[in-house]
Structures are given as structure tokens and as C-alpha cells.
Design a protein around this ligand. Structure first.
Ligand code: BG6
Length: 479
């Protein structure tokens, strides 16, 4: 056993998921089609396909997830047994507004989350809710072009206001857009679709489209923050960034400058969310690139008035980059400008394992944004083997968590980072967002289902279940 540091009283230990990755029930009780519903199963190294609507004969893993929609009472009991104080999930926008542009919400969808939140609360677990987690209504993509269209701001704010109002006495911690900065990898169609509902053609300027969509999302987020605070001043509304610090390969000044620009490009979203304004380098970049952006003076005021209360972030890995000889512009492009880190191991999916990067990132964010932080995702996707007696010996997962939790605790206990809580990703096995696999498992709880949705969907505890239970019971001291 490793000795960790006790976390402060009231620290929110829990777990995290997203509606589309575990609920299933994709077309029940009035739910509409979301972008996750038109993404087929991929595999390790094989990207998911996006179909033009739901097509006969294709495999869509998000249609069944892990069947949480029908089994959540059983799952909530297991979360309570582990000692969870909170549970992060998202509200599927399409359960509330099936097409996204309706004016009246779907009561059956609202009732589902009422029941789920009540059940969690009856176990002493508080729900932590993301509003938009890669599940924009598909109709908004087809009819409006997703967040390339300013009208999306109104649709999102209406959705946010309806759920803020409905759950104002059940949910305190909210987040607006999940991993809003994933779309920094703008040349990959998946983040553009998952984050912003963009489907672009060969003639479109993808990079400009990404910045424009992100701007509308940031305005929508700032308006939602204001609407939420008006409904319940006790709400804590955060942003959610995918935090992967980017290191310079060497001390060569060009490598260091490239890494600085890489961090600026990946985290300007957080600057706007937390500080309420664009960083100075970015308008210069737009100018140099000839991007004609729709950013109004009223938008800038909105951004200033709608800054977030805390920084929600995911942490899985770090990256490395290097400069290009003779290049003074440092136009870092993700992922092309990433290079290998010779000092860290990788998961089977090539994700770098770097616990110190978590502590580094927490310090970096504290110094830059001066807000409380909430680690709302961290975890290890791995192939698990279920033994004949039903057990799963996932010591590799325990070791990943032990190292990362210790780094987190050092950031709090030794560096003074103000941290609200820690919710490991995929606390119960669910469908992977990038590959659509069940085989990329994150859970403390095993779900008996394969990539094609075959299996009993029965739940069982992995070794990591007992381990995390002991971590929570000791408030982080027994790792
Ligand atoms: C984050 C997302 O990117 O990482 C989750 O917020 C996702 O939705 C998680 O599932 C892990 O990624 P993946 O691709 O392994 O599921």
C-alpha cells in the first residue's frame, strides 16, 4: 500500500460517464437522434464511420451503451457501495429537445433525469452534470450546420435554461461543453462533429470553421452561466477542457517556443471561459491567417459577463512537440506536430502514461486561471480479462490510478491547488468515444457486453472496485 495525502473535508470522490456512452435506449420515450447515434463501431486504430442518418445493417454501439437507461438503480447501488460522493453524467440533449429546435421540452426525457437524480441523491451521491457531451441533436447538424450557425447559441441556451430550472434543487455542479478544446485537432472530422456538429466539405476552411464554432460555443456557454446563476445563485458552473500538457522535446529555444504556442492553441478556450477575454495572440493569428471572424462587440461583453466558476478538466496524457528550423511563426498544428516522448510508457491505444503531467497541469492552470479545479475525467482504457470465476484482476488499472491520484494529492497538499473533486472516467464499462468499442474498458465495474452488443450486460466488480473503495474510505490516504 502506498501512503497518500488525505484530501480536504467535503472532497467529491466519484465517477464519470456521458449519457450517450452508457444509457442506450437511443430511441425510447421520445428521444431524438444525436450525432453519437450515427457513429458506427470502430476498433483500435480503425476510426468510426459517420453515416448519413441511421442506416439498416450498420453497427451503432451508442444505441445500446451498457443499458444504464434500464439498469441505473443497480448501478447507483454499486456506486454507493464504492463510497461515491458524486456522479458525473451528462443530460442527452435529444431526450429533452429531440430535434433541438423545438420550443417545448419532452416531458418523458425530463422525467428520466428526475428519477435518476433522485435515485442518486437517495444514496447520498450528488449528480454533477455536463450539458453538451458529444451529443448534439443530429437535426441541428443537418438543418443548421451545427455550431457553424449563430442560431445554435439560442438552441443551446434554451436547453440549458430548461434543465437548470428543472433540476435547480438537485444539481449544484454543472459544466457547459465537454472537452471544448478537443477540436484543436481541426483536421480530424470526428472532433469537429463531436464538439461542434460540423460536417465540412473539401472546399471549406476547416480551421476557420473550428474557431468560429468554438466562438459561438463560448458565447453560448457564457450566456448559460448567466442564466444558471439567475436561476440558482448557488450553482457552480464550470467549463470542461481536455488537459494534455504539451512539453518541448528539448531545451532548444525553438522547441520551447513551439511548445508555448501549442499550449496557447490548445488552451485559449480556457482563457476565454475563465478570464472572459481572448488572449492577445489570437486576434493577431486570425489576422495573419486572413480569417474573417464573426465576433461582435456584444459577444465580447457576454464573454466577460459569463466567466465560469471552476475549471473542470479531463487528464489522460501529455504530449511533446518540437520547433521547425527557421520558422518564426510557430504555427503549431495538432496532431501533425506531435513527436514521441522517450520518457513515458503508453497504453495499448498509444496514450502516454504520465502522472507527473497531471501535477504539472494543475499547477499551470492554477497560475493561469486562478479558479478551483475539478478533475472530472482520468482513467485507463485497457483490455480486461474476465476469469472463469467472474473476477477481473486489473492491477494495471490500479497502478495507473495510484500514480495519478498521488500526483493529484501532491498538487493539493504540497502545491496548494484548490481542488473540488475527482471523478475517474468510465467508472463502469461503457462505449469508447473515439473507437466505439466496449473492449476499451475503463470501469471499476465490469459489464458483460462485447463490441457488437452481445452479452448478458450483467455487472460485476473488478479488483479495482475494492481498491477505489478503500481510497475513498481513507479520503485518499490509502492508495
Ligand atoms: C474524453 C471524453 O475524451 O475521454 C470521453 O470526454 C471519452 O467521452 C474519454 O470516452 C476516453 O476516451 P475514449 O476514446 O477512450 O473513450
Amino acid at each position: 500500500m502506498t501512503k497518500g495525502y488525505k484530501m480536504p473535508k467535503g472532497f467529491l470522490w466519484g465517477g464519470a460517464v456521458a449519457a450517450h456512452q452508457l444509457e442506450g435506449g437511443w430511441d425510447v420515450d421520445g428521444k431524438g437522434v444525436s450525432i453519437a447515434d450515427v457513429m458506427t463501431a470502430g476498433r483500435n486504430g480503425v476510426p468510426r464511420k459517420v453515416t448519413d442518418g441511421v442506416k439498416e445493417g450498420e453497427v451503432y454501439p451508442n444505441h445500446w451503451g451498457n443499458d444504464f437507461y434500464h439498469r441505473y438503480p443497480e448501478d447507483d447501488k454499486l456506486f454507493a457501495e464504492m463510497g461515491f460522493k458524486c456522479f458525473r453524467t451528462s443530460i442527452a440533449w435529444t431526450r429533452i429537445f429531440p430535434n433541438g429546435d423545438e420550443t417545448a421540452p419532452n416531458e418523458a426525457g425530463l422525467k428520466f433525469y428526475d428519477d435518476l437524480f433522485d435515485d442518486l441523491l437517495s444514496h447520498g451521491i450528488q449528480p454533477v452534470v455536463t450539458l453538451s457531451h458529444f451529443e448534439i441533436p443530429y437535426h441541428l447538424v443537418k438543418a443548421y450546420g451545427g455550431f457553424s450557425n449563430r442560431k445554435m447559441i439560442d438552441f443551446f441556451v434554451r436547453f440549458a435554461t430548461v434543465v437548470f430550472d428543472r433540476y435547480k434543487d438537485k444539481v449544484k455542479y454543472w459544466m457547459t461543453f465537454n472537452e471544448i478544446n478537443n477540436q484543436t485537432a481541426w483536421s480530424d472530422p470526428h472532433p469537429l462533429l463531436q464538439n461542434s456538429g460540423l460536417q465540412l466539405g473539401a472546399d471549406d476552411n476547416w480551421e476557420q470553421a473550428m474557431y468560429q464554432a468554438a466562438h459561438y460555443e463560448l458565447v453560448a456557454s457564457a450566456l448559460a452561466v448567466q442564466a444558471g446563476h439567475a436561476i440558482n445563485p448557488d450553482f457552480q458552473i464550470g467549463c470542461m477542457v481536455a488537459m494534455c500538457p504539451i512539453y518541448p522535446l528539448t531545451a532548444k529555444p525553438a522547441d520551447v517556443m513551439m511548445a508555448e504556442r501549442a499550449m496557447q492553441k490548445r488552451y485559449w478556450f480556457g482563457d476565454v471561459h475563465c478570464l472572459g477575454e481572448y488572449p492577445k495572440w489570437l486576434p493577431k493569428y486570425f489576422e495573419r491567417k486572413g480569417f474573417d471572424m464573426d465576433i461582435t462587440a456584444a459577444d465580447l461583453e457576454t464573454l466577460k459577463a459569463g466567466t465560469v466558476d471552476y475549471v473542470g478538466f479531463s487528464y489522460y496524457m501529455s504530449f511533446v512537440t518540437k520547433g521547425r528550423d527557421g520558422d518564426q511563426e510557430y504555427d503549431f498544428k495538432e496532431p501533425d506536430d506531435f513527436v514521441e516522448n522517450p520518457y513515458v510508457e503508453k497504453s495499448d491505444w498509444g496514450w502516454q502514461i504520465d502522472p507527473t503531467g497531471l501535477r504539472y497541469a494543475m499547477n499551470w492552470m492554477q497560475d493561469r486561471w486562478h479558479l478551483p479545479q475539478f478533475i472530472v475525467e482520468n482513467g485507463f482504457g485497457a483490455y480486461d480479462k474476465k476469469e472463469a470465476d467472474g473476477s477481473v484482476h486489473d492491477d494495471y488499472r490500479i497502478s495507473y490510478f495510484r500514480d495519478h491520484i498521488l500526483a493529484m494529492e501532491e498538487a493539493v497538499a504540497l502545491d496548494g491547488v484548490d481542488l473540488i473533486g475527482y471523478t475517474p472516467w468510465g467508472c463502469i464499462d461503457l462505449v469508447s468515444a473515439s473507437t466505439g468499442e466496449m473492449a476499451k474498458r475503463y470501469g471499476f465495474i465490469y459489464v458483460d457486453a462485447d463490441d457488437n452488443g452481445h452479452g448478458s450486460f450483467d455487472r460485476s466488480k473488478k479488483d479495482s472496485f475494492d481498491w477505489f473503495q478503500q481510497v475513498i474510505a481513507s479520503d485518499g490516504e490509502d492508495l
